[in-house]
Design a protein around this ligand. Structure first.
Ligand code: FAD
Length: 208
């Protein structure tokens, strides 16, 4: 088998990469061991415009948020599933200090946070004597359906090899990449935290 790219891993990174390579008419084979504990199979898929206790805006969020909505919506459409939905976050303040900190963010005109003085009431469900704020819009990318549906698609097109990638079977020369009976021009690792054990990336400062 001869392909342009070997992709190792079909988490969310390998999924998007293979999706876009296909759009570019590039040939590829995805190799994935279907680890049920891989983060992409566990994650809630929340795309939150603010981060941390101080609700600081996420890096590049003004560009990322609309783009995420558009591309996940499109992917969902193509796969016949819901790719993304909006689920705003309600933040019940655990203390007057946290309320003050949130209020300061609102006053600094963070567009993604607001105080909800007289908004909805949750008092029949929760005790929240210090009130609450709201983060909006917050999106949920539906990885729980995107990843398996894309996997099924890859399988039907014979673009997925379900196995543990074996580094000892990899041969890299100036002209080509060889893995078992597969020849490729490039190999791209989308194997998540597994990259930390990959000798090709041993000089990168992975946190352990
Ligand atoms: C519990 C949890 C909740 C999270 N919630 C969120 C969230 O709400 N929002 C958010 O933005 N992020 C969240 N994250 C982080 C997010 O899930 C990860 O950053 C993201 O999924 C990483 O995707 P990935 O494709 O790079 O790697 P991974 O998800 O690790 O995918 C790697 C893939 O490679 C395969 N693989 C690995 N090694 C090999 C090998 N040797 N041979 C063959 N296949 C291999 C695995 O089976 C897997 O399919 C969460 C993470 C966790 C753990």
């Amino acid at each position: 088998m001869n392909v342009n790219y070997i992709i190792v891993g079909q988490g969310i990174s390998g999924t998007w990469l293979s999706y876009y390579l296909e759009k570019e008419n590039k040939s590829f084979l995805v190799i994935d061991n279907h680890d049920p504990k891989a983060p992409s199979r566990l994650a809630a898929g929340i795309i939150n415009p603010v981060t941390g206790r101080r609700h600081v805006e996420t890096w590049m969020i003004d560009e990322l948020l609309p783009n995420a909505w558009n591309v996940y919506t499109q992917l969902g459409k193509e796969l016949g599933i819901t790719g993304i939905s909006q689920k705003n976050v309600v933040d019940f303040f655990p203390s007057p200090q946290m309320r003050l900190s949130f209020q300061q963010r609102v006053e600094e005109s963070g567009p993604y946070v607001s105080m909800n003085e007289a908004g909805y009431t949750f008092s029949s469900f929760f005790n929240y004597e210090f009130g609450y704020g709201e983060i909006t819009p917050v999106y949920t990318a539906h990885l729980e359906t995107i990843i398996p549906t894309w996997r099924t698609y890859l399988k039907t097109k014979n673009l997925l090899l379900e196995e543990d990638f074996d580094l000892l079977s990899l041969n890299i020369s100036d002209e080509k990449i060889e893995y078992k009976n597969i020849t490729a021009q490039k190999i791209i690792f989308c194997d998540g935290i597994g990259c930390g054990n990959n000798p090709y990336f041993k000089n990168l400062p992975f946190c352990r």
